[in-house]
Design a protein around this ligand. Sequence first.
Ligand code: MSP
Length: 501
Amino acid sequence: MSKNFYITTPIYYPSAKPHMGHAYSSIAADVIARFKKIEGYNVFFLTGTDEHGMKIQKAAEKKNKDPQVFCNEISKNFIDLTKILNLSNSDFIRTTEERHKSSVIKLWKLLDKNEQIYLSKYAGWYSVSDEAYYSEEEIEEIDGLKFSKSSNSSVEWMEEESFFFKLSEWQKPLLEFYDKNPGFIQPESRRNEVISFVSRGLKDLSISRTTFKWGIPVPNNSKHIIYVWLDALTNYFSAINFFEKKNNFWPANVHIIGKDILRFHAVYWPAFLMAAKLPLPNKIFGHGWILSGEEKMSKSKGNILDPIEIIKEYGSDELRYYLMKDVIFGLDGNINLDNFKKTINDLANNVGNLSNRIFTILDKNFNCRVPETSAGYTINENLLINKKDFIEIINNFELHNYLKKIHSYSSALNKYVNDNEPWNKKANSEQNIKNILYSTIIGLKNIFVLLYPITPRSSISFLKNINIEYEDISLDLINKEFKKNEKLSNPEILFKKYKCD
Ligand code: MSP
């Protein structure tokens, strides 16, 4: 039986329409999920929507809608997005589903049983948009109004009776855990941020609210609603029926998140789990922000490149390829339409054109059949790929380097073809031409297998033309020989080119 691999995206607030930041997290997670699948893992890939809390309640009120009706409508945008982005998610969790609510209650009860929860009073600066309290040191005053220093969102003074989680007890165990598991938080810079935050000391965490109703009531005290982050983080259990132990996907191999929600995932979540005496996830990867002209892309700033519009015009493979190639995974990255077109044109030149040229020759001269090579000839040894290198790159979450490496392989393949001129019957014997073409179609197959996690649509289409069905796509196909005389089909033009400014 193959080994399990469990990967998640953040679950998104459906209070607004999906934007490029959401698309980015989801695409990155999908790339890893698809890669692990063709590496041979039994993959569970989870995404979904985070539907409780004051933020959603307020957004629904603004539209004069019942929050559940409101969530049903907007969550659909995120479900549609999974199709538009061509995600391979195994499930889509909504925190308003019964299966989720029951798993949150179970976690609460476990924490309660382990004496990790107590009732007291809370007073502090609360940001509705972040659904988080901030201390006096974490806020600043501008023009008489208070804002969180870290997120710039406005905060208001709130006082309420609240249940507390004994987070302060977990400072030492957390620091010990980070120390023993250096790969738990990646990249390294985020790990350092978290360690310095925890080292400064942890206060007990307020984990219930009485100021609104839209959420999961605390067991036996329905005046209180469970804190939306405790609710939301538990989604990682709900979809895999963790408490029913129906499968063994836990611990998750990795939670892919944006750096803005690192504290919740790398401090609160492991503390809740330690306190509940449950196993921790293996890794939290906090990627950077997608920026537009040095600023975080966000609706309120109006600097949005709409992923849905881009995909409508250029295609999902194209957006996936661009985001993964041009943004260093883990760092912030600036994106714009002109660079997008340049990157896609480069893909069309480097890979699309090569496939075109080779299949035109094959079609014209060999009726699109795999040419017979000379005895003992398999593939030019310079074109052999070591798939372990690619596995290692993905295991290190270097998604940009993964594409860099494919790009340099396809450049080498282009050079091989240009140097050997399989179209030049004067310079080459017929046998030579056959050998060159044979090596090149193996090279093209290698490229499209490796591109599959990034550009699934084009890869599936190319590979189908060389008789590889979707279900059979696997890293094992790399460098593998064709059947003698196998009939292939000429793939259509795979990547279009665009005029740049
Ligand atoms: N609901 C919480 C997450 C709960 S997870 C248990 C939340 N939702 S969100 O809708 O605000 O989405 C946040 C995530 O979207 C970020 O962590 C990040 O992954 C992604 N992005 C949103 N804007 C982004 C950018 N401009 N750039 C890159 N990704 C960012 O927080």
